[in-house]
Design a binder for this molecule. Structure first.
Ligand SMILES: NC(=O)c1ccc[n+]([C@@H]2O[C@H](COP(=O)([O-])OP(=O)(O)OC[C@H]3O[C@@H](n4cnc5c(N)ncnc54)[C@H](O)[C@@H]3O)[C@@H](O)[C@H]2O)c1
Length: 289
């Protein structure tokens, strides 16, 4: 089945998710607040597809089809025909609730509403919609075009039909999904955030360098990339926000962002998006491909 997919937010996650949807052959509409942000998001999507084709990781005809099915929008009304709308906007519960309430007025009655929140309650977000049974959490791992996993989060009011249709939609994207409880950090961030903060604390304490810790994790634990490479993709500002949100909800020191994170943010070393984080970069690519 081919879907019409609306992606809200053309930032790191929205543009990554738009790659995934377009690459799967779905008509994909990327919506952000103004033309400049829509253009920047679409550029990230098309350059990723072009690069994947140039490297032989994606057949050129698939990349061309993906690009031809891709469009941008600033007007929410352009998402009226969508079968699925995936929200990847700022991590702000009121903004997300308001956005789903607006979509209630625009979308078809059976449109699936997906939220990519990292730290907020899916139940709380769904409460903003007059159709909470259609709201499902789908938490993509960053970088979305490269990581297979999506956590499926059912809120208290999520319906069985929306859940089943969500699983089928994620299958169509080639994703592997796991169903998790609507609790702070879901599953992956409950492991990942303390792990990353421990790696940063090891660096602060001088127990290793950025390079040696990345190498140890890749070759000792078999992870596809080291923690500092991943943190640079995620962005130090986002890591801080996720850590603080979980720390406030769980009151567990392991989630408290270490001082080095604050210093790096103050220096503007946010990661790939600013050309420098733990590592330095020649360009501001987002997906680490
Ligand atoms: N960065 C990560 O590693 C990561 C991983 C998983 C989930 N998430 C979640 O994904 C969401 C987006 O995170 P991000 O890192 O992509 O943020 P980002 O700041 O890179 O992008 C957010 C985008 O949303 C746009 N936006 C804001 N309000 C909007 C609206 N009403 N309609 C359309 N666009 C709007 C902004 O202009 C911006 O381009 C957050 O909920 C975050 O918690 C992030």
């Amino acid at each position: 089945m081919t879907y019409t997919v609306g992606v809200l937010g053309g930032g790191t996650m929205g543009s990554g998710i738009a790659v995934v949807a377009a690459r799967a052959g779905h008509r994909t509409i990327l919506r952000d607040l103004d033309d400049e942000r829509v253009g920047a998001g679409l550029d990230r999507v098309t350059s990723f597809l072009d690069k994947s084709a140039a490297l032989g990781k994606l057949p050129s005809d698939v990349a061309e089809k993906a690009k031809s099915g891709l469009s941008g929008a600033t007007d929410l009304a352009d998402l009226a025909d969508c079968d699925v709308v995936i929200e990847a906007i700022f991590e702000d519960v009121e903004l997300k609730r308001r956005t789903f309430a607006e979509l209630d007025e625009i979308c078809k009655p059976d449109t699936l509403f997906h939220t990519n929140t990292s730290t907020l309650s899916v139940t709380a977000i769904a409460a903003g919609s007059s159709r909470p049974e259609r709201v499902v959490g789908t938490h993509y791992c960053n970088p979305a075009p490269l990581m297979k996993l999506v956590e499926v989060v059912t809120g208290r009011q999520t319906g069985a039909d929306a859940y089943e249709r969500t699983r089928r939609f994620l299958d169509s994207l080639g994703k592997t999904s796991v169903t998790v409880k609507d609790s702070p950090g879901f599953l992956v961030n409950r492991f990942l955030i303390p792990f990353e903060n421990n790696c940063i604390r090891a660096l602060e304490a001088g127990r290793g360098t950025v390079e040696s810790i990345d190498k140890a994790v890749r070759f000792g634990l078999g992870y596809p990339m080291g923690p500092f490479t991943l943190l640079d993709i995620v962005g130090l500002d986002i890591h801080r926000a996720v850590s603080l949100s979980l720390y406030e909800q769980l009151r567990d020191q392991r989630f408290a962002p270490p001082p080095l994170v604050e210093q790096m943010i103050a220096a503007g070393h946010l990661g790939r998006k600013t050309g420098r984080g733990f590592h330095t970069y020649d360009d501001a690519r987002h997906f680490g491909s």
